[in-house]
Design a protein around this ligand. Structure first.
Ligand SMILES: *[C@@H]1O[C@H](CO)[C@@H](O)[C@H](O)[C@H]1NC(C)=O
Ligand SMILES: *[C@@H]1O[C@H](CO)[C@@H](O)[C@H](O)[C@H]1NC(C)=O
Ligand SMILES: *[C@@H]1O[C@H](CO)[C@@H](O)[C@H](O)[C@H]1NC(C)=O
Ligand SMILES: *[C@@H]1O[C@H](CO)[C@@H](O)[C@H](O)[C@H]1NC(C)=O
Ligand SMILES: *[C@@H]1O[C@H](CO)[C@@H](O)[C@H](O)[C@H]1NC(C)=O
Length: 252
């Protein structure tokens, strides 16, 4: 390798790295820890950046979470075989922040937020068996619309040394709960397109949405929470603490 080549290589390496470190989307502004309204500042920051953040930050390899690709959801039991594949959850970029608690800088650092919004799930479904009392059979496109879903996520924070050898915040495994105001199911091509049978079953499913969601929602919500936490942690792993919190005393 010639001297010039190595110089160019060195320059490229250093500058690409520097660029990555200095990149922060213009919609994210740091909050000052010592400020009395630190929590309010964080809340405003998240409120403002949520729609953009949910669409991903390619410069930091933060993936989009709208839509979220879900793993297959399979329910097999109680006389019903129901599965959803190619499932995608839409709507996270439009959720509203309804609560936020950030305890930072002390011994036990924690972070909790609640978001509320209308979420919908598109998937390919396969159904065979009975839902509650009515028969159900078919396969095709599924659209499940959930109105006013509220998800509350609470996590503790830890500090890790990043690939850049600098200190970063990281969310630990979260605890969460959720509430759904109502759900409508639209399953295309039930009973091979027999309209009458399909209508009866869908009407029944929509009246009994709550029991159905008791089975369907937990695996979906679990994946959604995991995806959100993963996206936030990706972001935190790329951005050093002083870039987002002013006056934070690092520990590592
Ligand atoms: C759903 O069930 C059908 C029939 O048993 C099967 O062919 C398909 O692979 C299943 N899909 C998933 C995602 O489990
Ligand atoms: C932090 O949590 C630990 C364990 O729950 C507890 O013993 C300690 O008192 C807490 N410290 C503060 C400052 O809350
Ligand atoms: C969900 O949609 C309904 C009806 O369109 C609307 O009234 C409600 O405000 C929406 N909820 C949220 C949290 O945006
Ligand atoms: C956070 O840590 C505290 C102890 O410091 C513990 O009581 C609490 O359950 C933890 N929260 C989560 C969501 O793990
Ligand atoms: C399902 O809905 C039907 C019609 O509204 C209702 O009569 C029935 O009680 C519901 N089933 C359950 C288990 O709640």
């Amino acid at each position: 390798m010639s001297y010039l080549t190595s110089l160019v290589l060195l320059f490229t390496l250093c500058c690409v790295k520097a660029e990555e470190e200095s990149f922060l989307p213009e919609y994210i502004h740091p909050c000052t820890l010592a400020d009395e309204d630190f929590e309010i500042c964080v809340k405003e920051q998240i409120e403002q950046s949520l729609p953009s953040f949910a669409k991903g930050i390619p410069e930091l390899s933060v993936p989009s979470i709208d839509p979220v690709d879900l793993h297959d959801i399979v329910i097999d039991g109680k006389g019903l075989k129901l599965n959803f594949s190619d499932a995608k959850m839409h709507g996270l970029s439009e959720v509203k922040l309804v609560d936020l608690k950030a305890q930072l800088g002390g011994d036990n650092e924690s972070f909790a937020l609640a978001v509320k919004g209308n979420l919908s799930l598109t998937a390919q479904y396969y159904a065979d068996g009975r839902i509650l009392i009515l028969p159900i059979k078919g396969e095709g496109d599924a659209l499940i619309e959930c109105r006013n879903v509220e998800v509350y996520i609470s996590t503790n924070l830890t500090h890790v040394k990043g690939k850049d050898d600098k200190e970063h915040l990281k969310l630990l495994a979260p605890s969460y709960k959720y509430d759904i105001e109502s759900t409508t199911f639209d399953l295309k091509n039930l009973f091979n397109g027999n309209k009458q049978l399909a209508e009866t079953t869908l009407e029944f499913a929509n009246k009994n949405w709550s029991q159905l969601m008791d089975e369907l929602a937990p695996p979906a919500i679990k994946q959604i929470v995991k995806t959100i936490v993963k996206a936030i942690n990706k972001f935190l792993s790329k951005v050093t603490i002083p870039r987002i919190i002013i006056g934070y005393k690092e520990r590592l």
